[in-house]
Design a protein around this ligand. Structure first.
Ligand SMILES: [Fe+2]
Length: 114
């Protein structure tokens, strides 16, 4: 299996964990998995946009308008940045970090993000 396939599978696992946590109302855990899903999913416009969409939903449920505003902007631009290949490595995607700044990926995901 290629590194790209492994990365895609790892994205799917984080996305599934995020969905479960979101459904249970554990928004902190959901956001944690969404950040990891964002790190992994950036190369794919659909996966990348999905991570921002879910972050927007978490922000909405928290009534965190800074997050909502940040995610609306990232949702508008994220898919396009993926399509253009502008992928800031390790970026976690929340409104608390600049959208185009590279960050060190979580150690257990570093190999997949090469
Ligand atoms: Fe993003």
């Amino acid at each position: 299996m290629s590194n790209r396939d492994l990365r895609r599978n790892a994205f799917a696992a984080e996305a599934a964990a995020a969905r479960v946590a979101y459904a249970r109302g554990d928004l902190d855990l959901a956001f944690h998995h969404l950040e990891r899903a964002h790190v992994l999913g950036q190369p794919w416009a659909g996966a990348h946009s999905w991570a921002h969409w879910m972050m927007l939903r978490v922000g909405w449920r928290r009534r965190d308008w800074r997050e909502v505003r940040g995610q609306v902007l990232r949702l508008a631009a994220g898919g396009l940045l993926s399509w253009m290949g502008r992928l800031p490595a390790g970026n976690t995607g929340g409104a608390d970090v600049p959208p185009e700044t590279p960050m060190p990926p979580p150690p257990d995901l570093a190999e997949l993000c090469r």
